[in-house]
Every structure is written in structure tokens, then in C-alpha cells.
Write a protein that binds this ligand. Structure first.
Ligand code: RP5
Length: 162
């Protein structure tokens, strides 16, 4: 199976990335995690993106906060699908990162998930890989059923309680 590459702009983004990691582990999808910054280590970020396809990656996730250019900078240097996670920063509630990540110019797409949406980034990465992997598609279908059952159990519990 192709790997998922996860890049974060700073170790302060780790709580968001942890949700992605947990989700990928649950689906038994191989991944690598790196800290590369579009601003602080632009050469390493570029080199990672340029070599990602040859290094066995099928999809990349890039998480950054504030002036969040990481996902766009990664996408500029690969035609692998890139999923951007805008991370909530100390000011502006993550709107800064959301707009910096989502407002890409035509030609260089970034599939942007919700602010701090680590789990959905991993699920979207899994769904991309599952296009050509029926076993993984089956795991995603099964997860949907389990997740729906959990909601219905909460429905029953709230009816019982109230
Ligand atoms: C961004 O700046 C990082 O992705 C992080 O979300 C934010 C703050 O980074 P630190 O100052 O915590 O390293 O580049």
C-alpha cells in the first residue's frame, strides 16, 4: 500500500496531527510524520514534496497554523493529492490558517479540511487510497457502520436519561 506523508509546520501542531495518526493506525495505513516548515525550512519541505512520489507516498497531509503556507508549498512541488489542515493558532481562532490554506490559485489544488481537522484529513487520505484498494474501502465502510452505531447508542442513552 502507498504511504501517507504527514508534514506539520511545527511540533506545536502535534495535538492536531495525533488525531490523524490515530485514525491512520486504526485503518492500518502506513505513514511517515515530519516537521518541515514552508518558512523556516523551505528547502527540506520542497525536497520532501519533490521526492514524495518516488519515495512511495500516495497522498500527503500538511498541517500548519497562522500564515499557513505549508500545504500550498507542498502542493506546488508534487502532483500527489495534498490535504491541508489549518491549525488553530493563538489569535484569530484559526481563520488565518483556514484562509491561507484554502485560498489556493487555480492549478495548484489543496483539499482543505476543517480547522484542526486531523481525523478527517486522515479519513480523506484513506478514501483517496481506497480508490484503488478494495480491502481498505471495506475497512472504511465498516468504520462508517461502527460510527453510526455509536451515534444510535447515544441516541438511545439520551432518550433513556431525559
Ligand atoms: C506555523 O506557525 C506552525 O505550523 C504553527 O502552527 C505556528 C506556530 O509555530 P510555533 O511558533 O509554535 O513553532 O508555521
Amino acid at each position: 500500500m502507498k504511504k501517507v506523508g504527514i508534514i506539520m509546520g511545527s511540533d506545536s501542531d502535534l495535538p492536531v496531527i495525533q488525531k490523524a495518526v490515530d485514525t491512520l493506525k486504526g485503518l492500518e495505513i502506513p505513514f511517515e510524520v515530519h516537521i518541515y516548515s514552508a518558512h523556516r525550512t523551505p528547502v527540506e519541505a520542497r525536497d520532501f514534496a519533490l521526492s514524495a512520489r518516488d519515495n512511495g507516498f500516495g497522498v500527503l497531509i500538511a498541517a500548519a497554523g497562522m500564515a499557513a503556507h505549508l500545504a500550498g508549498a507542498i502542493a506546488a512541488n508534487t502532483t500527489l493529492p495534498v490535504i491541508g489542515i489549518p491549525c488553530k493558532g493563538p489569535v484569530l481562532d484559526g481563520m488565518d490558517a483556514l484562509l491561507s490554506t484554502v485560498q489556493m490559485p487555480t492549478g495548484i489544488p489543496v483539499a482543505t479540511v476543517a480547522i484542526n481537522g486531523g481525523a478527517n484529513a486522515a479519513l480523506l487520505a484513506a478514501q483517496i487510497l481506497a480508490v484503488s484498494d478494495s480491502e481498505l474501502a471495506g475497512k472504511l465502510d465498516a468504520k462508517r457502520v461502527i460510527d453510526a452505531k455509536a451515534v444510535l447508542a447515544k441516541d438511545a442513552a439520551v432518550m433513556e436519561k431525559l
